[in-house]
Write a protein that binds this ligand. Sequence first.
Ligand code: SF4
Ligand code: FES
Length: 248
Amino acid sequence: MNLTLHIWRQKGPQDKGKMVQYNVKDISEHMSFLEMMDVLNEGLVAKGEEPVAFDHDCREGICGMCSLQINGEPHGPDRGITTCQLHMRMFKDGDSIYIEPFRSKAFPVIKDLIVDRTAFERIQQAGGYISVNTSGNTTDANSILISKEAADKAMDAATCIGCGACVASCKNASAMLFVSAKVSQFALLPQGKVEATQRVMNMVKQMDEEGFGNCTNTGACEVECPKGISLENIARMNREYLKASIKG
Ligand code: SF4
Ligand code: FES
């Protein structure tokens, strides 16, 4: 395949940035999208030009680092996958592909297609944990009974990889799907109940301080989430928040 790429280039956080056009030739349909980007960068380096900066690590849908907005969609046109799992067979010869960073005030651009997602880490630090007795006199995990339904729902919520596609897909740049997944994975389990009140209050407070927008239930986040995190988690987080507010 021969393709025309329109890619966001931005030298640094203060640079205005602009779309730049590139042509890539002989791209195999069996390549992943990031391998196609590697081909582009090898060509740029060979010509003595600056390669395009983009985030990636595991390249198997686990780490949440890859974060490209492809033809206006976070992680591209396929469903239930990350950018690194996207294959070039989703495109055809002669296509034009627009590649941009995830856009949000709370995710400032560092360079080209790389954005700063440390806002998510600060939200996690505000409450995404449980306190465990590590004195050596701990309770055997198997002695705490958990229903299959609760365990399954907690596990589903825990599959969130913190990629930020939910924010990038939302017209309000809301982080509610991410935060609700992190709140839910603990709220559903007995180990998470102890700190439930302060967890939801602190994580929501941090989310607001980071500058994410409000949720207006458009549901775009659920559609674009590579891990199928359900809107049900947002409803659960709202209930947790209401309970916590009443308790004070
Ligand atoms: S909820 Fe989905 S889209 Fe949002 S950060 Fe988690 S995995 Fe990514
Ligand atoms: S590079 Fe790790 S999820 Fe894509």
